[in-house]
Design a protein around this ligand. Structure first.
Ligand SMILES: NC(=O)c1ccc[n+]([C@@H]2O[C@H](COP(=O)([O-])OP(=O)(O)OC[C@H]3O[C@@H](n4cnc5c(N)ncnc54)[C@H](OP(=O)(O)O)[C@@H]3O)[C@@H](O)[C@H]2O)c1
Length: 242
């Protein structure tokens, strides 16, 4: 059994996930770099190790139950518990596409990663999270998944397109609440993070925020104190509307 906190971040080979692993690692945690491509995961872990961080790659394709179950077994065998799960892996396949033009296939692929991915991860890792004195689950949502903001015609969000992505994040929001409610009497907290519009491969070069700042919300929710919130939707310290 490891003595330092153990954090697993999905989609951590690049972008916000990689930076979240770095910032949690800088706090002295052991960080497990979830990556569907083994070589990319190893490379990311090596980069963090060179910075003095205790990092290890874990092969993890969140669209595959077999991959998720195998990762849970690996982590269980080596560490015996998990303190932090950051469901960061995500795809945005219909950026700028009208809801009328989104195909069923794109909708299905998006839900596989953005909704069923975190669902599978939470179910598979719950036994390990229950062994932590202070389990924390962070789901990477998006302000684009706020139904309230999108339904208000005075907001920019009512003009944004990408119904597969937006509805997947709205579904993830409710999944967060459903799991948080199930876990209210435990030491485990489950919250949604909106990172901001961040300059990653997904966010693009025109985004407002640099990656280190984009990881702050995930890190804050991953390290909430015992009296911190659960079932919330946050950007930094601000609560977002559902
Ligand atoms: N960037 C933004 O402005 C922004 C805003 C709001 C919310 N978010 C959310 O923040 C999270 C991270 O976004 P990002 O901007 O860092 O995106 P990114 O740079 O595109 O990175 C996405 C990560 O997810 C991984 N991934 C995709 N499908 C996967 C799968 N099936 N199994 C495992 N990993 C998978 C990717 O792996 P590969 O390298 O193998 O593709 C990559 O590591 C996402 O959930 C996103 O929706 C981002």
């Amino acid at each position: 059994m490891s003595e330092s906190k153990v954090a697993l971040i999905t989609g951590a080979n690049k972008g916000i996930g990689f930076e979240t692993a770095r910032q949690l690692g800088q706090q002295g945690m052991t960080v497990l770099i979830g990556a569907r491509d083994a070589a990319k995961g190893e490379q990311a872990a090596k980069t963090l190790q060179a910075e003095g961080i205790c990092a290890e790659a874990v092969v993890l394709d969140v669209t595959s139950r077999a991959s998720v179950d195998a990762a849970a077994e690996t982590v269980g065998n080596k560490y015996g518990h998990l303190d932090i799960l950051v469901n960061n892996a995500g795809v945005f396949l219909d950026w700028g596409t009208s809801a009328f033009a989104v195909t069923e296939d794109v909708l299905r692929q998006t839900y596989e990663t953005n909704v069923l991915g975190p669902f599978r991860m939470i179910q598979a890792f719950l036994p390990l999270l229950k062994k932590s004195p202070a389990g924390r689950i962070v789901n990477l949502s998006s302000v684009l998944g706020s139904t309230g903001l999108a339904a208000d015609p005075s907001t920019v969000y009512s003009k944004s397109r990408g119904a597969a992505y937006a509805t997947s994040k709205a579904a993830l929001n409710m999944l967060t609440v459903a799991f948080a409610n199930e876990l209210r009497r435990t030491n485990i907290k489950v919250n949604n993070a909106h990172p901001g519009w961040v300059k990653t491969e997904m966010g693009g070069a025109g985004a407002q925020m640099e990656i280190p700042e984009g990881a702050q919300t995930s890190v804050r929710l991953a390290t909430l104190p015992a009296d911190g919130p659960t079932a919330g939707f946050f950007h930094k310290d601000d609560t977002l509307p559902w």
